[in-house]
Design a protein around this ligand. Structure first.
Ligand SMILES: Cc1ncc(COP(=O)(O)O)c(C=O)c1O
Length: 393
């Protein structure tokens, strides 16, 4: 999902760049492709009613059509990615936005006041893996006869207590490739329906999948083998780009801001399923939590954490760092080898500027710092030092 990450460093800047490389996302290794062991499947892979897609936006679109949400309005958080809103609108839905507080909190009473006769569904995003107010949303939905949809694009493997996120609502969508080193993958889980009428979606073009696999493997090469890996990655990337251009391969990009109807019925690749099935899920959760805790304690002197507590069961996607000059911080960290994500700088234009000042602050200030499963305590220590250096300047 290259489109989400830091803009590349120019050749001039790269001479000053660090030999270290800390990618924003986990990368693929060849051993994952060779691994034929099958770990017990975790939710949502083992859900009784699940439909896999190329990415989560397809699942949002499919769900909106299946629940016939085009007949009315859906209450959506003003703090959103944008592509989920675009998929809803493409499916004929009218989104109505509700506020999100300065710590990414949602006030269910405020949401309740926005329900009106046209409302058909409540849409809750679990930000960065942290559970939203599922119980209050469930009872609000029950009271008014609404669908309750959980957007778990950022919260794969997260739980509220013992219960996985994505099992509270009528349905949930997941973006699998944000947490796992797979080239594509989204999932739609139906908790009260069977996936009747939901076809198995066709494989994406093999050449496109292969090109994403290669990009992730090359990223891992640079991450694991320093300067040598970087040189090999640079050379192979140039060759690969040329080959992709010449062969006319249609590369279906992930991590972009936009929903494309022509990709709406694209499925998840078999190789993504295979790699996903071989992952050590408890290990992923444990390492993400450990890295998050580590960063939180090492950055305490920079001010209060945006989200005060990593509650039990949360599998965090990134560490949210609030900064004054996001573009500069991102660039300075990249020069030190730390790749970050400016995930939600812009929302969907249907959400009018000026209406949600807290959300605008979040969009302006929050930078996502990597804490993924590939990173060791030593690498997290490097990340913390880099942040201190950049922010103390
Ligand atoms: C909250 C949310 N929902 C849905 C999506 C769409 O995910 P995908 O890229 O898998 O289509 C995103 C993408 O970042 C997102 O942040």
């Amino acid at each position: 999902m290259e489109a989400l990450k830091t803009p590349p460093i120019t050749p001039f800047e790269s001479t000053a760049a660090s030999a270290r490389y800390i990618p924003a996302l986990p990368s693929l290794s060849l051993s994952m492709l060779a691994d034929t062991s099958r770990a017990p499947l975790a939710f949502p892979f083992n859900a009784p009613s699940v439909n896999f897609a190329y990415f989560a936006r397809n699942s949002v679109w499919t769900l909106a059509r299946m629940f016939e949400l085009f007949r009315g309005e859906v209450l959506v958080p003003a703090y959103h990615h944008g592509v989920e809103v675009e998929a809803l609108i493409d499916a004929g839905v009218t989104p109505r936005f509700y506020p999100v507080g300065p710590r990414m909190e949602v006030d269910p009473d405020d949401v309740a006041r926005r329900v009106r006769s046209k409302t058909r569904a409540l849409y809750l995003i679990h930000f960065l893996g942290f559970p939203g107010p599922v119980d209050a949303f469930q009872s609000l939905a029950d009271r008014h006869g609404l669908f309750f949809i959980e957007d778990c694009a950022l919260s794969l493997f997260s739980r509220r207590g013992d219960q996985p996120l994505g099992t509270f609502g009528d349905a949930a969508v997941f973006s699998l490739y944000k947490t796992l080193p797979i080239p594509n993958g989204g999932a739609l889980v139906l908790n009260r329906d069977s996936p009747r009428g939901l076809p198995t979606l066709p494989e994406p073009p093999a050449a496109s999948t292969l090109s994403h696999l290669a990009a992730s493997w090359l990223q891992g090469l640079e991450f694991r083998h320093g300067a040598l890996g970087k040189a090999v990655r640079g050379a192979l990337r140039t060759l690969g780009r040329g080959a992709v251009k010449q062969s006319g391969v249609e590369r279906v990009a992930t991590g972009t801001q936009h929903f494309a109807r022509e990709h709406a019925r694209l499925g998840m690749s078999a190789i993504s399923r295979r790699v996903a099935a071989s992952q050590d899920v408890p290990g992923i959760i444990e390492r993400r939590r450990r890295n998050y805790f580590f960063l939180q304690s090492r950055l305490r002197d920079l001010g209060p954490a945006l989200i005060p507590e990593l509650t039990a069961g949360v599998c965090p996607l990134f560490f949210p760092l609030a900064v004054e000059d996001k573009a500069r911080t991102q660039r300075q960290l990249r020069l030190r080898g730390v790749e970050t994500v400016d995930f939600w700088r812009y929302g969907h234009p249907a959400c009018l500027p000026g209406e949600f000042p807290d959300v605008e602050q979040l969009r302006r200030r929050v930078l996502e710092i990597p804490i993924h499963q590939d990173l060791t305590p030593e690498q997290m220590s490097f990340v913390a030092r880099a942040i201190h250096e950049v922010l103390r300047r």
